[in-house]
Design a protein around this ligand. Structure first.
Ligand code: SF4
Length: 439
């Protein structure tokens, strides 16, 4: 399939599809038109009421695809209940901010499947009787493309809100705050958006891939969704697989495919075998080699103490896990929202200690400091960024076959060799400027 070229500071993602069992694919070679969408997806079957829609989400096991993997049915019911109790119309938000550098699926869907995403947003708006809808994203070209697709919607016409492209701006309370007040920073919880969201109203914040799957479930029906995946987790998911060297891929797979099979299929699982794998992007942590056979899915990966998260998988083939952990912590130290002292200081302290370890200039106390911080800092920030930073450190200790201890014991040949330096992080991927025909 085609390669979507990247912007200068990022790498291309190549579209790949698992060879069997995906059914009707989410992937398209060219951006769909409304006519294409309506011809193939039966928007004519109408809009389910809230309880009917939530039941359908339960039946197809639809969980959020933005990171937390929360059941969509629970969110829908919670927003509906709060709105009814308060006697106000709620707000629905399609969250396409995609702050994770190693993920390109949301931007892909907004560019290539905009009508699928907008249909999902409209379906949610109808079920919740929302009078305001928002598409929240961080790319001005994409914003222009989405604005050009808003005609012909059978529901509230969304306004498009541009986020500043920071890592935490896509966190759901940051999205709500940005839309309401123009400040893209998380807030302490509670309240969560279903309690107090945009302009104080109960708000559904749903990732754009989640909304795409919602539209598929309504337009295709649960039996078609269940034809792919497993009994526990029907359907397919989009993954961005980003090796430190070589080709990054956006791939559609049925739930239940083993991670090791996927890495082999993409040519990044063997020769040389990866030094380490992280699932759930920058948020998920290192996955021990003994669990690389885990079936891909929210529940199966959670059972293996791994995270599917936003579907981003980092594969370290050429680099050193310690150097990568330093890079990710440095990224967190730069990208945190600078409003919780414990996060500002904690991420910087862990990044600096890992930098010393990576450079073979560790202070005697650094290993103990890192271990202590990774155990005591989680849960102390307003959002989960600090938790993610701690998970990188704790899993570096526990899940990388002793990479950190080896680094302390002797010079690291991999680090001595160096790697191609890219701005900010070697794992960033993105989409190219659209061609004339794709606008
Ligand atoms: S935990 Fe960190 S990223 Fe999250 S709100 Fe606090 S300072 Fe910002």
């Amino acid at each position: 399939m085609k390669t979507i070229e990247a912007r200068p500071t990022t790498r291309a993602v190549r579209l790949r599809r698992w060879p069997a069992g995906t059914g009707d694919s989410l992937l398209r070679e060219r951006p769909e038109s409304l006519a294409d969408y309506r011809a193939s997806w039966r928007p004519d079957i109408g809009f389910p009421a809230l309880e009917q829609l939530a039941d359908l989400c339960d039946r197809v096991g639809l969980r959020g695809r933005g990171g937390a993997g929360f059941p969509l049915a629970t969110k829908l019911r919670a927003v509906g209940m709060r709105a009814r109790a308060a006697g106000v119309a709620p707000v629905v938000v399609a969250n396409g901010d995609e702050g994770e550098p190693a993920s390109a699926k949301d931007r892909y869907l907004l560019r290539y499947r905009p009508h699928l995403v907008l249909d999902g947003l409209t379906i949610a708006a109808h079920a919740l009787e929302a009078q305001r809808a928002v598409v929240y994203l961080a790319d001005d070209e994409l914003a222009a493309a989405v604005r050009g697709r808003l005609g012909g919607l059978d529901g509230p016409v969304p306004n498009v809100v541009l986020a500043p492209g920071r890592y935490v701006a896509g966190e759901e309370t940051a999205a709500v705050r940005m839309i309401s007040e123009g400040v893209p920073k998380p807030t302490a919880k509670p309240p969560r958006p279903h309690e107090r969201g945009v302009d104080g109203r109960p708000t559904l914040v749903a990732n754009v891939e989640t909304l795409a799957h919602l539209a598929r479930a309504v337009r295709l029906g649960p039996d078609v969704i269940a034809a792919a995946g497993t009994t526990d987790e029907p359907g397919v998911t989009l993954l961005t697989v980003v090796p430190d060297v070589g080709e990054a891929c956006l791939v559609e797979v049925p739930f239940g495919v083993r991670l090791s099979e996927l890495l082999r299929f993409l040519g990044v699982g063997t020769e040389p075998a990866p030094a380490a794998v992280l699932t759930g992007g920058f948020f998920g942590g290192f996955l021990p080699r003994s669990r690389w056979d885990v079936p891909i899915g929210h529940t199966s990966m959670r059972a293996a103490d791994a995270a599917l998260g936003c579907g981003s998988i980092l594969v370290i083939r050429d680099g050193c896990p310690v150097d990568v952990a330093h890079e990710l912590l440095d990224y967190f130290a730069e990208e945190n929202a600078r409003q919780c002292g414990v996060c500002i200081n904690g991420t910087r302290a862990m990044a600096d200690a890992l930098g010393r370890v990576a450079a073979h200039q560790a202070e005697v106390e650094d290993p103990d400091r890192l271990r202590r911080w990774s155990e005591t800092l989680p849960g102390r920030g307003d959002c989960a960024l600090l938790d993610a930073a701690c998970r990188i450190v704790s899993t570096l200790f526990a899940h990388t076959d002793g990479a950190l201890q080896r680094h302390l014991d002797q010079p690291c040949a991999t680090c001595a060799r160096g790697h191609e330096r890219r701005p900010r992080t070697r794992f960033a991927v993105g989409l190219a400027r659209p061609s004339e025909g794709e606008r």
